[in-house]
Ligand binder design. Sequence first.
Ligand SMILES: *[C@@H]1O[C@H](CO)[C@@H](O)[C@H](O)[C@H]1NC(C)=O
Ligand SMILES: *[C@@H]1O[C@H](CO)[C@@H](O)[C@H](O)[C@H]1NC(C)=O
Ligand SMILES: *[C@@H]1O[C@H](CO)[C@@H](O)[C@H](O)[C@H]1NC(C)=O
Ligand SMILES: *[C@@H]1O[C@H](CO)[C@@H](O)[C@H](O)[C@H]1NC(C)=O
Ligand SMILES: *[C@@H]1O[C@H](CO)[C@@H](O)[C@H](O)[C@H]1NC(C)=O
Length: 560
Amino acid sequence: MWISQVRALNLLLAVLQAMSEANSSGCKLQGTSTPPALYNDGDFLIGGIFSLHYYMRVVEHNYSSRPVPLQCTGRLSSEELHFARGMEFAIEQINNRSDLLTNIKLGYQIYDSCAAVPMAQKVAFQFANGQDTEITMVTSCSKVANVVAVVGASSSTPTMAMCRVLGLFGIPQVSHFATCACLSDKQQYPAFFRTIPSDQFQAAALAQLVKHFGWTWIGAVRSDSDYGNSGMASFLAAAQKEGICVEYSVAFYRTNPRSKVERVADVIRSSTSRVIVAFLASGEMRTLLDEFGRRPPPPLQWIGTESWVTDQEVLKSGLFPGAVGFGIERSVIPGFREFLLDLSPLKVSNSPLLREFWEGTFDCLLPLINTVPSQGVKKCTGTEDLSVLKNPYTDTSQLRITNMVYKATYAIAHALHKVLCEDKEKALSQCNKNKAVEPQEVLEQLKKVNFTVNGYPVTFDSNGDPVATYELINWQVAEDGAMHFVTVGRYDASKAKSQEFTLTKNIIWMNGQTQVPVSVCSESCPPGTRKAAQKGRPVCCYDCVPCGEGEISNKTGIFW
Ligand SMILES: *[C@@H]1O[C@H](CO)[C@@H](O)[C@H](O)[C@H]1NC(C)=O
Ligand SMILES: *[C@@H]1O[C@H](CO)[C@@H](O)[C@H](O)[C@H]1NC(C)=O
Ligand SMILES: *[C@@H]1O[C@H](CO)[C@@H](O)[C@H](O)[C@H]1NC(C)=O
Ligand SMILES: *[C@@H]1O[C@H](CO)[C@@H](O)[C@H](O)[C@H]1NC(C)=O
Ligand SMILES: *[C@@H]1O[C@H](CO)[C@@H](O)[C@H](O)[C@H]1NC(C)=O
């Protein structure tokens, strides 16, 4: 993590230096600005950042020429595109409303972070500074921030990097998917909010789940990132208190060499525990899937975190029947499906991102303006139909994280409404379109928001966190042989202790069994014997030795 801090500082120094070089004629942008992936103009802009692609292009610097601009590569994530479109939808809806930001048009700039820290930081600076290559000002280079607030990012590490920049300028950031408990620290991240619960709650909920089903011998695998490391540390601390023993705890990151991933997979394949808790981000889960696709592990009871347990692509792999984990509640956003499907070849042609999605989805090329498609490549016919497609972009049956994006966008709109339309001192009768909004004003109002949208409440506590509620999800195989997400319970952190966790349906476990799988290091000792600790092994592992003279043990499994 400190690497990202050092990077942030270096960038900041570069910016300060650029500022000091300014003279009365203006300030010059030192780098090359990146254009937004999706945008619309408005009276006030909201920034958005999503992991639209999986990787950032790695460039070897030779320090003899100006570095080329950062660039995202890899596959386009249709899920993340779906999130970004959720933000566009919320803004269009707000602009249509007559009771929220009346007569004000909200605009937006949505960027691709490719889940990478350098890109996220660069975008953070653009949110603060705008894209003008030259700023002409008579006295100083200070100016109003480009955006009033930011929605995003989609994972914890890039979000932290951005917060450190945006926080300096008081620009609020509301994430839909960054769950690291570390982000609750308001000394470090004073301008950060989120609509998704902190992993602190998920870790506690997972430990309760493992204890509830009597598993005392488990394996653990995590993403080697802020998300996985901090989440797993919280889980292990909670599990230890419950007397749960951990056979192994391994970590990897999706860009690690394959040999590293193989080693992790081997540990999992050769383990004796039957239950594995996976604090993995979707990216790492997919990497592991590739590995398991080559050589599957023996049947294991997988316990998952919200990042992968509601991921359609992981579900589709068919590898983890019976998996159980906490997910963000499923929700309904009326009108969103129609909005998603309302794309045409003409519309997508104007946006490189949407064009990439269209061409990738239908496996055809759209005609480029002024160019003739090369021979042998299939041209799009114009009859491509999104509505018959089954992919994460069009699927609105499982809206979970999308609702977090939607809530985040609305939270910013409500805060901005207070700033522009409810200025008590000035007794405004209508919204002030010409006000120079300071991000700090929006920040102060965000702390106080309290509203419901589509029946879902939105508030933040003093750490910028929402009330933590999760659904317990179970991957069940239906009669048609396909695997589905089934909600089997609920976790609500606002309930009294011991009532937080409720089961509402039967769980179908690994191998399709209805009995709870057993995962212990040693079986309970029968009457007439007692436990004897095994040297150098966890307390859950022991031998049963006959009772000594004068001793009696008439119960099963009693601790010595
Ligand atoms: C200010 O900077 C510009 C561009 O770097 C330069 O052309 C100009 O001569 C400078 N003016 C003064 C007064 O230093
Ligand atoms: C350094 O890299 C840049 C772009 O990556 C390239 O254009 C240039 O030729 C390289 N220079 C040397 C000396 O290798
Ligand atoms: C906003 O209003 C326009 C015009 O009435 C309509 O076409 C559009 O679907 C509305 N958008 C949303 C998101 O409600
Ligand atoms: C939000 O408002 C409702 C009623 O309007 C109130 O009951 C609730 O306590 C408020 N929540 C917070 C966190 O202020
Ligand atoms: C075990 O022995 C204790 C003390 O003699 C007695 O109270 C208890 O009922 C016995 N339990 C069983 C399961 O036999």
